[in-house]
Ligand binder design. Structure first.
Ligand SMILES: [Zn+2]
Length: 122
């Protein structure tokens, strides 16, 4: 159970509204009405783990194609180098996406800890 960090009196109850994208993550204080998004621990941990693996994989492909692109330039193969550079660019997009997911998951974990710590100290 999560305790409200605003008034320290109410408990956070799940809010299910149809206009919310994920109603299960939305909580509202039963005492002061303070609302917060609290994501389940396992979801944030899974996001972190898959993103770290994803970044590793993307970086491997990125470096691999970057080296191939440099090699193609040295051999004056413009067609091959541009296709490798396109994949390097795609790899950059993937890395950026994974970094964004990691930051989001990290923020969600910090929020969760904030509400949980309040609950533990009473
Ligand atoms: Zn409250």
């Amino acid at each position: 159970m999560y305790v409200c960090i605003k008034c320290n009196k109410g408990l956070m109850d799940p809010v299910s509204k149809l206009d919310q994208p994920d109603p299960m993550d939305r909580f509202q204080c039963s005492f002061c009405g303070h609302q917060a998004n609290i994501h389940p621990f396992m979801i944030s941990i899974t996001q972190l783990a898959t993103s770290i693996v994803g970044i590793g994989f993307s970086l491997y492909l990125l470096i691999h194609h970057l080296l191939d692109a440099v090699k193609a330039i040295q051999l004056s193969n413009a067609g091959a180098s541009s296709s490798h550079f396109a994949l390097v660019l795609l790899g950059c997009f993937f890395v950026a996406g994974f970094v964004y997911t990691i930051l989001k998951a990290w923020r969600n974990l910090r929020t969760l800890r904030l509400y949980r710590r309040k609950a533990n100290t009473g």
